[in-house]
Every structure is written in structure tokens, then in C-alpha cells.
Write a protein that binds this ligand. Structure first.
Ligand code: B12
Length: 598
């Protein structure tokens, strides 16, 4: 069974400065940095989006959120104007825009130019934020790559001055790791200073936390996610004095648990929510098919908000989400679709029996409270100062979702492995289990024969971990020894681990539009060491070409093949390589005895 590390073990790689000092430094900046004016705040006559949310929720209208962000700020401003105007002409309202900032915004400002870049938008200073804020008479939500990363303080200053009163994303603090940046003490200190600045504002600024960007995307038990809500609220609201608004939705596919989670969240929090995110993992079909998935989660969210008006906005995700970054037309269509569906929704209410979902919500709350209480008691026992926000954040981040659940989860411990039986299985985990069984059954019989002698090293280029979980699950069923190099692992570290563990093949999962750059560095690393092991790559095999004027990622499968990498649309493309990578019989026997590493 996993042991609870002591505080000195947890902080062996560095301990943050006292939160009191960091919060005071942040608060001191409030003398010059405060919420600025913009079209939305002055147009609606409110001091903050939270006040607007309470007013509209009380009036019963379902608010709408549109996520948007193209590489060029000007193009994004144009797109926001057009989306807001065209949805308005159709009789509906986009209440807020979520700006998909590029992950390079997470680096400290002085570092950004020299760092790798993804598919999102880069804003330089308060003026760029102000241009976004004044693009349309709607609230601006800066939810990604602001808080929770080393550039937190600069980004927060700029956003506040532009009148942005909902910024995040605390979920990213726990899971997002920027390539080439290992200093989680600096990340923690920057985030706590920024939270100090937010807490000292005269206006109510919502600190946003997207649970699905955080540990919720890896917790096996949905109760743990409610527990995490309580722990995050304790840190941000009780220890720091800011208001914490939660978002969830990517990974909540079935209507009963999606509604139950909304109910549970609102039974433990009275802070207006930011948005309920779309169930993007269910977008696995054509645009027409994805509209059915869109209708399924939106109807659940609209009916949930009519029962418990929490201030959350609904988020109709354009139906091209699973293939590329959506166009303006697709964003407008999704918004009009949502507005129309909200008109139809009330007609369903007499048909619905909420008892099963409400009972599930009670379980999520009760077990979530137990998980949170155990975490606080456990960390105090380990010597962490649970009254210090910086120590709390870093201890949780370093423990990670698996150890937190294994140590403090609500479910009964499992014999075979360091985990607990989920009280309420998370939908993403249930869906992946099905996918693992599907792919393991498709594997050629020969692979199961040679599996025990074969070691494969898996890893990801970014936070997207489910592809890697799928690979590891399939390999485990085939008896293939799987070495897990982790998420957002740098190419040199990936090769180090693969070599140290005697891997004969690397299986890489990538989703953030960095496939080609990453593969180049990885192949250079292997060649530099005179190594020629096969490299399988799957996920989203695309990248925005340098100097591109379309800022949309393009497929790089052919380029990857020219590099000597094996691009995989699915596991079917991996089988022949794995069969070919198997060691000669004698060596296979020796390898078969070595334990898997995770
Ligand atoms: C879930 C998800 C997330 C979750 C990830 C949770 C987690 N911990 O894993 C969260 C919410 C955290 C997230 C964050 C982001 N995401 Co995201 N995400 C998705 C989503 C919805 C599903 C991807 C997924 O995991 N699918 C599950 C896997 C198992 O299914 P699959 O991909 O079909 O896998 C099959 C094959 O590809 C194969 N496979 C996969 N890997 C490998 C590897 C090998 C070796 C082999 C053989 C096979 C193989 O196996 C599977 C079965 O065949 C996709 C959209 C979509 N619907 O696909 C967007 C998507 C990948 N995300 C995207 C983006 C941009 C981001 C963000 C940058 C957004 C933002 N601005 O914050 C951040 C990342 C930030 C960071 N720090 O890295 C974009 C990528 C754009 C692009 N490259 O074109 C997508 C496509 C959405 C979009 N349209 O914009 N995301």
C-alpha cells in the first residue's frame, strides 16, 4: 500500500516561501493594479461578472459561453465581434467569451519568446487584454494559462487592468507542466502572489478552476472531484479570501451523473459558477453525430441550471472540436443551437424523475466531504502546515491524483494494486476501460505470446493523458511490460527512462499540436546516443507550420514518417511494430521477470 510521505520528503525538491509573505506581496500591488473599466462592465452597470451572473440567474435566463481564440489577436477580436453580432441577430445572447490563450502564456513574460508555442493566442500586456475585453459587450473569461503557471502574476495584472473579473485556472496548477519548466516552487509562489492580488481587489473577482483540467481528469472516483472542490475552496476562499468558481464538464458523459455533479457542486458551494464545459470527449463522430452529443449534454445542463440556477453559463462546443480548431461559422451555429434548445428544454421537465440523480448527488457530497477531511487530516499528520496556502497547493500537486486517491479515497482499498474501488466510477475511466478491452481483444494473438518479454516505454508530450492510459491498459492485458515516463515529459528524460528500463520501443501520445517539433528532438536524442529503437506516435498528429498565416494546425503524418517515426492512427498501426520489437527468446525470458514501472 502507498505510504504517506512526510512534509520533508514532499518538500525535498524545494519548499515555497510562507504564504503570508507571498499574499502580502500580491496584495501590495492592489494599490496600483485594480479592476479596470470595459464595455461589458460599464454596459451592464456592474462592478464584476459575478454580480451580472447573480442578476441574470435570478431572472431565469440560461447564460451562454463561447470559447474562442485564434493565433492572431486581431483575428480573434474580429471573430468575437462577428459571433456576438450574428448570435444576437438570431435572438440569442453570448454572455461571455472564454479566450483560449496559448500555453506559452504560462511562461514568465521574459521567457515567452524563446519557448515552444502551441495552437492558441498570445497576448502581450494589458493593452492586448483590453482589446479582447472591448471586442464585444460580453464578459471576458481568461481561463487557461493564467493562474497556476509561472507567468501567473504578470497575466493577472494585465487581465485585471482590462476589467477581466473571472480568471483561472487553478485546475491547471495541479496538472499542467510546461515543456522545459521544472520549477514548481516558482510556479506556486507566482500563483499565490497572484491570488493575493485578486483577493485584495475592491471588486469581486472570480478565481476559475476547471476541474477537468485538474485531477478530476485522472481521479477514478467522481466523489474525489467533489472532495477536490472542497479542498480548493478551503485554500482559495478560507486561507486566501478570494472567491473560487468551479467549472466541470469535459469528462461527464452520462446525463444522470452530469446532473448529479452539478447538484453536488452547488450543495457545497454558493459562489457563482463560470461555465459548465462541453462533454468534449464524447465528440467522436461526424459533425452531424456530434450535434447529438452536444444536445445530450446541453439539455442536461439547461435542465440542471433551471433546477439550481448556479450562475454557470452553458458552453455549446462546436461540432468540429475533435478534428481541429472551430471556425466562426461553427461557433455561431453552436450558440444558436444552444439558445434554441434552451427554449425547448422546459417542455421536458414533467417527463423527468430526478430521484436517482439526486440520490447520487448526496453520495458525491458525503464521500467528497470524507475525501477532503481525510486529505486535511493526512497532510497535517505528515507535517504540512495546512494553514499555509502555498504548502497546501504544492503538497497536493506533488502527491498527484493517484496517490491522493489511494491514500485518502472514499472507496475500499483494492488488493491487487495501489488504488481503491471507486464509490462512483468516473465516466472517463469507465469509457477508457471499455476502449482498453476493445483494443486488447483486437491485438494479434502472437503479441500476447511474446508480450511478457517485451518492454515498451509510454509517455505524452502534454497534459492529455488518456491516450497513454489506454496504451498502458492494453499492454497490461497483453502482458507487455509498460514503463510510464509520465505526462509532458521532455524528450531527453523520455529516452533516459526508456534506456534505463530496457525498453525496446517508445509509444508516445501527443495532442497539443507539437507532434513534429517533439519528434524531431526525440529522434535527435536517440541518434545522438546511437540508439535505433522504434518510436510509435499517436493522438493528434498535427502542428501549426512556422510562419503559417492560417494559424490552423496541419497534419504532419508524412513528415513524421520521413523522420523515421511510426505515426499511428490507432493501435492497429502499432501491432506489427510491437511484434517486430520483441527480443530474441533467451533475452525475453530474462526480461519477463522484471516488474512493470509507473
Ligand atoms: C480530453 C481532452 C482534454 C483534457 C485532457 C485530460 C487528460 N488528463 O488527459 C483537458 C481538459 C485537460 C485538455 C486540455 C487541453 N486541450 Co484538449 N482535448 C481533449 C479531447 C476532448 C479528447 C482527447 C483524448 O484524450 N481522447 C481520448 C483518447 C484515448 O482517444 P483518441 O484520441 O481517439 O485516441 C485514439 C488514438 O489516437 C490512439 N492513440 C492515442 N495516442 C496514441 C499513441 C500511440 C503510440 C498509439 C499507437 C495510438 C494512440 O488510441 C486511441 C484509440 O485508437 C480532445 C478533442 C477530441 N475529442 O479528441 C481535445 C484536444 C486534443 N485538446 C486540444 C487543446 C488545444 C487543449 C488545450 C491546449 C486547450 C487549452 N487552451 O487549454 C489544453 C492543453 C493544455 C496543456 N497544458 O497541455 C485540441 C488540440 C488541437 C490540435 N492539436 O489540433 C483538441 C483536439 C480540441 C480542439 N479541437 O481544440 N484537453
Amino acid at each position: 500500500m502507498i505510504a504517506l510521505p512526510s512534509a520533508s520528503e514532499l518538500f525535498a525538491q524545494g519548499r515555497p516561501r510562507p504564504a503570508a509573505e507571498l499574499l502580502a506581496e500580491g496584495a501590495a500591488e492592489a494599490a496600483t493594479v485594480h479592476v479596470g473599466a470595459n464595455r461589458f462592465l460599464s454596459g451592464e452597470g456592474v462592478g464584476s461578472e459575478a454580480a451580472y451572473k447573480r442578476r441574470v440567474a435570478a431572472g431565469g435566463r440560461i447564460m451562454q459561453h463561447a470559447h474562442i481564440g485564434y493565433r492572431e489577436p486581431e483575428r480573434t477580436v474580429e471573430a468575437m465581434r462577428e459571433v456576438h453580432a450574428r448570435v444576437g441577430e438570431a435572438g440569442f445572447v453570448v454572455d461571455r467569451f472564454g479566450i483560449t490563450l496559448d500555453w506559452s502564456m504560462g511562461y514568465p513574460e521574459r521567457d515567452r519568446a524563446a519557448r515552444p508555442r502551441g495552437t492558441g493566442i498570445v497576448l502581450r500586456g494589458a493593452d492586448d487584454f483590453a482589446r479582447m475585453a472591448d471586442a464585444a459587450p460580453a464578459a471576458i473569461h481568461c481561463g487557461d494559462f493564467m493562474l497556476g503557471l509561472p507567468g501567473a502574476l504578470e497575466n493577472t495584472r494585465a487581465a485585471l487592468l482590462a476589467g477581466v473579473t473571472a480568471l483561472g485556472n487553478m485546475g491547471q496548477y495541479f496538472t499542467f507542466r510546461l515543456l522545459g519548466w521544472d520549477d514548481d516552487v516558482a510556479t506556486t509562489e507566482a500563483t499565490v502572489r497572484a491570488l493575493g492580488l485578486i483577493a485584495a481587489q475592491g471588486q469581486e473577482v472570480l478565481v476559475h478552476s476547471n476541474l477537468d483540467d485538474g485531477f478530476a481528469a485522472m481521479f477514478l472516483d467522481m466523489c474525489s472531484s467533489i472532495g477536490m472542490v472542497l479542498i480548493e475552496k478551503y485554500i482559495v476562499e478560507d486561507l486566501i479570501g478570494a472567491r473560487l468558481a468551479h467549472c466541470y464538464g469535459h469528462h461527464f458523459s452520462d446525463p444522470v451523473s452530469r446532473h448529479a455533479f452539478h447538484r453536488a457542486l452547488n450543495l457545497v458551494s454558493d459562489t457563482p459558477g463560470t461555465m459548465i464545459y462541453g462533454n468534449t470527449v464524447s465528440y467522436r463522430s461526424t459533425p452531424a453525430g456530434n450535434y447529438a452529443s452536444c444536445a445530450s449534454y446541453l439539455l442536461t445542463d439547461i435542465l440542471s441550471l433551471r433546477r439550481m440556477p448556479s450562475g454557470h453559463a452553458i458552453n455549446p462546443v462546436p461540432v468540429t472540436e475533435n478534428s481541429r480548431i472551430p471556425s466562426v461559422d461553427e461557433i455561431v451555429d453552436a450558440q444558436i443551437f444552444a439558445g434554441k434548445l434552451a427554449e425547448h428544454a422546459p417542455g421536458y421537465e414533467p417527463l423527468i424523475d430526478w430521484r436517482a440523480s439526486d440520490a447520487l448527488a448526496e453520495t458525491l457530497v458525503a464521500e467528497g466531504r470524507r475525501f477532503a477531511a481525510r486529505i486535511l487530516e493526512g497532510l497535517a499528520r505528515s507535517g504540512v502546515d495546512t494553514g499555509d496556502a502555498a504548502q497546501m497547493l504544492l503538497a497536493l500537486r506533488r502527491l498527484g491524483p493517484r496517490r491522493l486517491e489511494a491514500l485518502f479515497g472514499a472507496g475500499e482499498p483494492e488488493e491487487r494494486r495501489d488504488a481503491r474501488r471507486p464509490v462512483v466510477k468516473a465516466s472517463w475511466a469507465a469509457e477508457l476501460d471499455e476502449s482498453i478491452a476493445h483494443w486488447a481483444a483486437r491485438a494479434p494473438a502472437a503479441l500476447a505470446a511474446i508480450g511478457p518479454g517485451l518492454t515498451v516505454c509510454v509517455g505524452t508530450t502534454d497534459v492529455h493523458e488518456h491516450g497513454k492510459v489506454l496504451l498502458a491498459g492494453v499492454f497490461e492485458q497483453l502482458g507487455v511490460r509498460c514503463v510510464d515516463a509520465g505526462t509532458a515529459v521532455d524528450p531527453d528524460d523520455l529516452v533516459d527512462i526508456a534506456v534505463a528500463q530496457g525498453a525496446r520501443c517508445i509509444a508516445l501520445s501527443t495532442y497539443n499540436g507539437v507532434a513534429l517539433d517533439y519528434a524531431r528532438s526525440l529522434m535527435a536524442e536517440l541518434r545522438g546516443r546511437g540508439l535505433a529503437m522504434p518510436v510509435l506516435v499517436g493522438g493528434r498528429l498535427n502542428q501549426v507550420p512556422d510562419g503559417s498565416n492560417t494559424d490552423l494546425p496541419v497534419d504532419v503524418t508524412a513528415d513524421l514518417r520521413n523522420l523515421g517515426v511510426i505515426p499511428c492512427v490507432s493501435l492497429d498501426d502499432a501491432w506489427p511494430v510491437l511484434l517486430g520489437a520483441s527480443p530474441p527468446p533467451r533475452e525475453a525470458e530474462a526480461m519477463a521477470t522484471r516488474p512493470a514501472m509507473s
